[in-house]
Design a protein around this ligand. Structure first.
Ligand SMILES: [Zn+2]
Ligand SMILES: [Zn+2]
Length: 161
């Protein structure tokens, strides 16, 4: 598992225990690097799964996502005061979903709010959900078993909405 940057041993061990190949990308170089990465994967168009750097997945999590017929799947985790937040912590995006929504990440890139400039990592999950889900007939499949979030989820001091 080539992992760039610092990753907690618990995160690394959990990923190794899944037996799946995982490719690590350091997005800490700028607040926009995470957006750029997702934009690139979206443009590429192939199915991909995101696992954020502070997520301790269960050993069967990636198998479960791979086997699931839904195209947008997420595991819940603790985030701020939310016990079961469904964001980008551990989420799969299928190629057909991407093909139906080819400009989704471009549109995400135009969004901003009072605490977050455009393309800021913190709001990408909410912005993507806001861009793709309303009125589109798309569905985010919510998996049951939580993954463990080591971080507090609000590390840059904004107020999560
Ligand atoms: Zn699913
Ligand atoms: Zn924030």
């Amino acid at each position: 598992m080539p992992v760039a940057g610092d990753v907690d041993d618990r995160v690394r061990d959990a990923l190794e225990a899944t037996g799946w190949p995982v490719y690590g990308v350091d997005v800490s170089i700028s607040p926009r690097a995470y957006f750029d990465l997702l934009f690139e994967y979206w443009a590429d168009g192939a199915t991909f799964t995101v696992i954020e750097h502070d997520m301790v997945v269960h050993a069967t999590a990636l198998e479960e996502l791979d086997a699931c017929p839904y195209e947008w799947c997420a595991f819940p985790y603790r985030y701020g005061t939310h016990e079961r937040h469904y964001g980008l912590g551990c989420a799969k995006f299928g190629e057909e979903l991407i093909a139906r929504n080819p400009d989704a990440m471009r549109r995400v890139g135009t969004m901003r709010d009072m605490n977050h400039p455009a393309r800021h990592w913190c709001r990408l999950d909410a912005w993507l959900q806001g861009v793709v889900l309303p009125g589109s007939g798309e569905h985010m499949h919510r998996h049951e078993r939580s993954v463990r979030h080591l971080g507090c989820g609000n590390s840059h001091g904004c107020i999560p909405s």
